[in-house]
Write a protein that binds this ligand. Structure first.
Ligand code: KG4
Ligand code: ZN
Length: 362
């Protein structure tokens, strides 16, 4: 069974072919990503209108390349998986419309997929089926969410960010200290040269507040007490602490940061982010008696996060799974994998009146 994946939720137009040789046994046949980073860099962030227009220009060529690289023709594609949401609506619409049009014209079933299910299933695509129950941290530019997977393909949200996503914090801190866009990979590199204990940025802690979500019915029994024990994340306070530190260190912008200052800020910021992410992830693994931990999404490419997760996993005897760097950032192979997961659990394509949903929940 061969699935064509299509991803266009943000600023990457991507297509990929994944072949299933058995349940949860998925082989990557091709993966093509057309990045729009060069277009958005000029603006310091993703401009939705520009993103949608670029998807429109790129999608036909990207899909064609993915088929060519997999040495596949449309006749050899058994299903199309497409990101339905969440994301930028104009961007999502390009992938969804393309998938529905080809599906209708060629009589190929179309499976709508949640973007975060894609990030989660990138772990299985790269590593093979995980041991369950598993705790998976999805950490990207738009999301920081913790999922409990009691079994394959079942995703229960057990924690999420109250404000900024971790990747967003990376990008904002990079901007504050004058590094380029997107900031995550650059901060990661600079952090390797700095002293992670140079600056004592605060470890974000949450207290009860009005924004705390009420009990949700789709969550496992006992979740409320788990919630009280804090599985949510917050990164806006840390970002503010970095801003204040930069203001002090530069006399309110009167003199520039030295390279060594920037290295130390990056290293100290990253130490706090990594600790915050992993404290909650490992605590959740304990509560849910998890047999494995997964870390997916763009920030899972971070070298510091990978190394520390590996170290903590080894210390408590829990295997830690991450995707390859190429499968960590947005791509369509993960979308094809999530489509295969839905197919394997009985979904045989959607009625073609489904639409892009910018705030789709998992
Ligand atoms: O998953 P992704 O490609 O797109 C979203 O779904 O958001 O994640 C992109 C985010 C960006 O914020 C980027 O700065 C961050 O992932 N990122 C990193 C690294 N590589 C990408 N953050 C920290 N360290 C990295 N090496
Ligand atoms: Zn993503």
């Amino acid at each position: 069974m061969r699935v064509l994946g299509i991803e266009s939720s943000c600023d990457e137009t991507a297509a990929a072919v994944v072949e299933a040789t058995g349940p949860g046994a998925w082989q990557l046949r091709s993966s093509v990503v057309a990045s729009q980073v060069a277009i958005h860099r000029e603006w310091g962030g993703v401009v939705p209108e520009l993103a949608a227009r670029q998807h429109l220009r790129d999608i036909v060529g990207v899909v064609g390349q993915a088929l060519d690289q997999a040495q596949a023709t449309w006749a050899g594609i058994d299903a199309i998986a497409v990101t339905q949401g969440p994301g930028l609506v104009g961007s999502l619409l390009v992938g969804v419309s393309f998938a529905k049009a080809v599906g209708a014209a060629r009589n190929i079933p179309v499976v709508p997929v949640h973007h975060l299910a894609g990030h989660i299933e990138s772990l299985v695509l790269h590593n093979g089926e995980l041991p369950y129950p598993a705790i998976v941290l999805v950490v990207s530019g738009g999301h920081t969410s913790l999922y409990h997977l009691p079994s394959a393909g079942v995703y229960q949200l057990v924690g999420r960010t109250r404000d900024d996503a971790a990747g967003e914090a990376y990008d904002k801190v990079a901007k504050l200290v004058g590094l380029g866009y997107p900031g995550g990979p650059i901060v990661d590199r600079r952090a390797r040269q700095g002293n992670p204990h140079a600056i004592a940025f605060p470890i974000p802690k949450l207290t009860h507040d009005a924004r705390e979500p009420g009990p949700a019915t789709h969550l496992p029994a006992g979740f409320e007490s788990v919630l009280k024990r804090r599985t949510d994340f917050s990164f806006s306070g840390l970002k503010t602490a970095v801003r204040r530190h930069v203001e002090l260190a530069t006399d309110g912008g009167a003199r520039p940061l030295t390279d060594a200052d920037v290295d130390d800020i990056c290293a100290s910021f990253q130490r706090v982010v990594v600790q915050t992410l992993l404290d909650r992830t490992f605590r959740a693994a304990e509560w849910f008696d998890a047999r494995a931990i997964g870390i997916a999404g763009g920030v899972a490419a971070n070298a510091g996060l990978r190394a520390e997760a590996e170290r903590r996993g080894a210390a408590v005897g829990l295997p830690v799974f991450v995707p390859s760097v190429a499968l960590a950032t947005d791509n369509a192979a993960m979308i094809a994998a999530a489509g295969l997961r839905r197919w394997e659990s009985g979904t045989r394509g959607a009625v073609l009146d489904f639409n892009a949903d910018p705030s789709l929940s998992l």
